[in-house]
Unconditional design. Structure first.
Length: 319
């Protein structure tokens, strides 16, 4: 089960609203905590919005608290929504962990309602030194896709541990810290592996075209150039115009890019239309950039997702 993210001295990273919690006894989900405070009428457990953050949180929390993850496998974080029961569970959490920076467009109002009801909220994106989009309709806005950079994902692990220790009654600090240290080591290994794979690519092959602006953090960390995106936005809810597709096709042709990367949870039709528009033989390579898969999929954990994407990008651009 997934969980949280730690506090840093940035923006809204971690806060507890002053308003008292609403009495939602009839709606609170029953649960059993291991080594934690009992449920009853008090706040309990950790609720996480996205499944990627849920996986990081689960690794840190272990058996120290109940973790509820709202976003199902293979979903789109920009558009998924929650039920009334899930919204009530958010308001009764000891700690609400969310990505923030505009990612969870469909549950933002529920996050705000939970914080107003008194739940402690951790906006992880604010805690890991976010960057801004540099082009498209979202230029100048914060980019929420920090997890494509394993270095920032490791920072998120630390933030999660801090938040759990501070906010979750009964969680054993030594166990939480040990879990975080162990998992952070695994994430740092991911970074070293990615740096080695990408270092083998010549400069003219370090160019990315994606279905929307999702790999800005990866590009910054590993010295890639983002040629453009089929959807010139940081959200999958936006749509490109015919002139957008033509402009990108021209850029792809000029840059001689061998592949376009499309998220596996979204149709790649637009990417193929753009490739046809360019009049070139361009491979459309699926990546797991926005969501984990179910257990029987290729990316059921953050570690597996990142390794898969690293290999797919390196292999496609090396051709």
């Amino acid at each position: 089960m997934p969980t949280t993210s730690p506090p840093r001295a940035r923006g809204r990273a971690l806060r507890r609203a002053a308003a008292p919690a609403f009495a939602l006894t009839a709606l609170v989900l029953p649960a059993v905590l291991s080594g934690c405070a009992a449920f009853g009428d008090d706040r309990s457990g950790v609720v996480v919005t996205t499944n990627i953050l849920g996986d990081l949180t689960r690794a840190v929390v272990g058996d120290e608290a109940e973790v509820t993850v709202l976003m199902p496998p293979n979903a789109d974080p920009h558009s998924f929504g929650v039920s009334a029961r899930q919204a009530a569970r958010m308001e009764q959490a000891e700690l609400l962990v969310y990505n923030g920076l505009g990612l969870e467009e469909g549950v933002l109002r529920n996050v705000e309602a939970a914080e107003e009801a008194g739940a402690s909220g951790l906006e992880v994106g604010e805690a890991v030194d976010p960057i801004e989009y540099t082009e498209g309709e979202t230029a100048g806005r914060p980019d929420p896709h920090f997890w494509t950079d394993p270095v920032r994902a490791a920072e998120a692990v630390d933030a999660i541990a801090d938040a759990v220790v501070a906010q979750v009654d009964g969680a054993d600090e030594d166990r939480v810290r040990a879990n975080a240290e162990r998992y952070r080591g695994q994430v740092e290994e991911l970074h070293e592996e990615a740096a080695e794979r990408f270092a083998a690519l010549p400069g003219e092959r370090r160019r990315l075209v994606t279905n929307h602006h999702v790999f800005g953090y990866l590009a910054q960390r590993y010295d890639f150039e983002v040629v453009g995106a089929v959807v010139p936005s940081g959200s999958t809810l936006a749509s490109p115009s015919s002139s957008d597709l033509k402009s990108l096709a021209d850029a792809v042709r000029d840059a001689d890019v061998p592949a376009v990367f499309a998220d596996s949870s979204r149709p790649d039709r637009l990417a193929r239309v753009m490739a046809d528009e360019a009049g070139l033989e361009i491979e459309v390579v699926p990546l797991f950039s926005e969501s984990l898969t179910a257990e029987d999929g290729e990316a059921p954990t953050y570690l597996e997702m990142t390794r898969h994407n690293t290999g797919a990008i390196a292999d496609a651009l090396a051709r």
